[in-house]
Write a protein that binds this ligand. Structure first.
Ligand SMILES: [Zn+2]
Length: 257
């Protein structure tokens, strides 16, 4: 544990002693209507995760690996902003969130989002898959859907419920990053959220005007890439690519019969 992390942990425990258990607040995910139990507020989750996001972006910029492909960055921003406008039709407050789009020139970065609308995608990943605009829209729409459905806030809230007594959000985040048994216990929720992000993302992309064939093409490329790479993660946080492709095909038929 670094000095900063130890300080954060100690500060978190101190704050915990002063913090009364948070009252549950129920939310409903757009489209699926799934009920979520929220123990942390939107602002405290967004502010905490923004710090982690800024650290990551600053490190990439310092290494000369951020937004160097200006053409790709402009594509990501234009497509992303269109998706947010479409998502606002399902949840109006998202139009007022501080959305940001960046491209990391780092191998291993596929796509990543933080609560409140911070999206980072990998330039090498997008170029390797040769994503056209519709397929790129699907990649971004999945991340936008995670943000719109407030999955970070839900996961942190669930982590807090699993590790009573109540702790500040910084402590819950620390545990999520380092506590493997907790990660295993949350794998079921992660699967649910990934399925939801796929489906909500497709609905958002469709509302933004992207064709259904882009959905199946994008998940088809992911499936082919996974098959060529082989192997499986230690803790499976996502449904299999074959299952995601099957869902995309089914939803594409529903959206464009
Ligand atoms: Zn995801």
């Amino acid at each position: 544990m670094t000095a900063v992390r130890r300080w954060t942990w100690i500060a978190g425990i101190a704050a915990c002693l002063l913090t009364a258990p948070a009252l549950a607040q129920h939310a409903e995910a757009p489209e699926s209507g799934r009920w979520q139990e929220m123990r942390y507020g939107f602002d405290e989750v967004s502010d905490t995760l923004e710090l982690r996001y800024i650290e990551q972006v600053v490190a990439l910029a310092a290494a000369g690996r951020l937004d160097t492909d200006r053409v790709l960055l402009r594509r990501v921003q234009a497509i992303g902003n269109g998706l947010v406008a479409a998502a606002a039709g399902l949840k109006p407050e998202v139009a007022h969130w501080q959305w940001e789009w960046h491209v990391a020139e780092a191998p291993g970065v596929e796509a990543h989002c933080e609560a409140g609308g911070k999206i980072l995608v990998g330039g090498p990943f997008i170029r390797a898959l040769r994503l056209d605009d519709g397929e790129l829209a699907m990649l971004l729409a999945h991340e936008v859907a995670h943000v719109v459905a407030e999955h970070h806030r839900e996961t942190l809230s669930e982590a807090m419920l699993m590790s009573k007594p109540a702790v500040p959000v910084e402590v819950a985040l620390e545990r999520l990053d380092s506590d493997v048994p907790l990660q295993v216990r949350l794998a079921g929720l992660s699967h649910t959220q990934e399925r939801e992000a796929d489906q909500l993302g497709m609905v958002i992309a469709h509302r933004a005007g992207w064709p259904a064939r882009a959905m199946t093409a994008f998940y088809g490329k992911l499936t082919a890439q996974a098959a060529s790479e082989g192997g499986a993660p230690l803790i499976a946080t996502h449904p299999s690519y074959a299952a995601r492709l099957s869902t995309a095909r089914g939803l594409a038929r529903l959206l464009e019969p």
